[in-house]
Write a protein that binds this ligand. Structure first.
Ligand code: BES
Ligand code: ZN
Ligand code: ZN
Length: 490
């Protein structure tokens, strides 16, 4: 593992080339035929150019397989980048030049390929070593890797990719930080530190006492059972010269631990609930990326942070609570806590920050994992143009979403006898939609709003093509691209 990876100049001498090549390339490409060692490495029957497979090392370079030419795209090169990071570090390479001359040229977007490859390298070069102890068997991260390419577009793409991977890795590190350390106040401290390091980014924190005074009954009730009291973190990215009047708000569920409260989870259901803050941590990462790139659009990041615990102070099923926008909610299930903290955050965001669009992101329901697995996130948006923006950002970032319905009937399903709303209908049907329907009551009708449920994508039990098991930082790239999307038509 490298300490850092960055883009270098293609001019410097003595760089090992990485010749990207597809499985279906049967002959050594003509322009490389003179190099006997390279030809031999290519013809080695052991080398099949499968995705992320590397050949033996020659003086002029290494072949790096990208799998079949058909279907070679950003997703594939991201996975190649992620898997090759460890191999390059084991070979102790310090500088490599990506050679694209053997890849199909048709419809090639070199900027997008460069970005995805660098994202992959950055993702693959990450691991959690904050908690290494006396018995750790992890080797220390060593040295720096510089990556370059003749194509200026590919290099530009790589710059964005490394920047995004760094933001995702902040999200992953926070996600993996356990609940005995990552409390709501730890989230606030981290956000403050992020803001301190970035000009134009500011951070304010609504404390537990202030939240109570402001009438945030959702945040107060979910968090009051814990000794680690809740708070709401607000990040504000104010570019010096905004290129658009749009103001985007990103709201992320930040439950630092979800025991379920008195509607307690089973031991197997509780394990891994440190990841219940991943929506908020993705917002944190997106705010880092947006401010690092100095995107000329105003963006807010709002993180309602609380720990859902049991104690004599904790809220209970049957409690009726009053929310920031004066809606009353009968708590039927203390395990449906995410929507309660998000509801206050959404209502506060609408009233005080007055954004022109809002997206919330949350590990909201187990139901969305049953429906969609880890393949994509579920999303809800009844505003056509804003939904299109979310889908475009999803396609561009490779963080895939699938749209679910949200109708008046779903909204009515959340109404209660003794209060305005139920936090969860005891009839367990359409669970993930219930979450979205509940939240919709807390967003001003005239503000385009989308809800993204990342319970299945934000952390993986088993790894996939790009990620090892653990947190993925899902949402950082999508939210960054959503913000950047506004600048294309500004
Ligand atoms: N944090 C959970 C959702 C979750 C489940 C995230 C699995 C990641 C993996 C959420 O607070 C929750 O408990 N949801 C309940 C809702 C129900 C009680 C209305 C669920 O999905 O069962
Ligand atoms: Zn819960
Ligand atoms: Zn939860």
């Amino acid at each position: 593992m490298y300490k850092s990876i960055a883009v270098g100049s293609p001019k410097s001498s003595k760089i090992m080339s990485l010749f990207l090549v597809a499985e279906d390339t049967r002959k050594t490409p003509d322009h490389l035929k003179e190099d006997a060692a390279l030809v031999a490495a290519f013809k080695d029957p052991g080398f099949k150019a499968e995705s992320s497979e590397i050949s033996s090392v020659t003086d002029s370079g290494i072949w790096l397989g990208v799998g079949g030419a058909k279907g070679f795209d950003e997703d594939r090169i991201r996975s190649v980048g992620s898997r090759v990071a460890g191999q390059l570090s084991r070979l102790e390479l310090k500088a490599v030049k990506i050679d694209l001359t053997c890849l199909p040229k048709k419809n090639r977007d070199e900027h997008a390929l460069g970005r995805a490859f660098a994202e992959g390298l950055g993702i693959g070069n990450w691991r959690m070593d904050l908690f290494n102890g006396a018995a750790s068997r992890k080797t220390e991260a060593r040295g720096k890797l510089t990556v370059t390419c003749e194509s200026a577009e590919f290099r530009k793409g790589m710059n964005s990719g490394f920047m995004l991977a760094e933001a995702m890795n902040l999200t992953r590190r926070m996600a993996a930080t356990p609940p005995n350390i990552c409390t709501p106040s730890h989230v606030a401290t981290t956000a403050r530190m992020l803001a301190r390091g970035a000009e134009g980014l500011s951070c304010t924190v609504i404390t537990y006492q202030q939240a109570r005074r402001l009438g945030m009954g959702g945040l107060e009730n979910v968090g009051k059972g814990s000794a680690n009291k809740p708070c709401m973190v607000i990040l504000d990215w104010k570019p010096s010269k905004p290129q658009t009047k749009e103001k985007l708000a990103l709201v992320g569920k930040s439950i630092t631990y979800d025991t379920g409260g008195y509607s307690m989870k089973s031991p197997t259901g509780m394990k891994g609930m440190k990841y219940d803050k991943n929506g908020g941590m993705a917002v944190l990462g997106a705010m880092k990326a947006i401010s690092d790139a100095k995107l000329p659009i105003r963006v807010f990041g709002v993180l309602p942070a609380a720990e859902n615990m049991v104690s004599s102070d904790a809220y209970r099923p049957d409690d009726i609570i009053r929310m920031y926008n004066d809606i009353t909610v009968e708590v039927t299930n203390t395990d449906a806590e995410g929507r309660l903290v998000l509801a206050d955050a959404l209502a506060y965001t609408c009233r005080k920050l007055k954004p022109t669009a809002i997206v919330d992101i949350a590990t909201l329901t187990g139901g969305v994992v049953v429906a969609l697995g880890h393949f994509c996130a579920g999303y809800w948006c009844e505003n056509g143009p804003f939904g299109k923006r979310i889908e475009e950002a999803a396609t561009h970032s490779g963080e895939k979403v699938w749209r679910m319905p949200l109708w008046e009937a779903h909204r009515d399903f959340m109404r209660a006898e003794h209060a305005d709303l139920l936090n969860s209908n005891p009839k367990r049907s359409a669970h993930p939609i219930q979450g979205a329907a509940f939240l919709s009551h807390f967003v001003d009708e005239d503000i385009p709003w989308g809800h993204i449920d990342i319970a299945g994508t934000s952390a993986l039990d088993s790894g996939n093509d790009v990620f090892p098991p653990g947190p993925t930082g899902w949402g950082v790239r999508l939210m960054y691209d959503l913000a950047e999307g506004y600048l294309k038509d500004a």
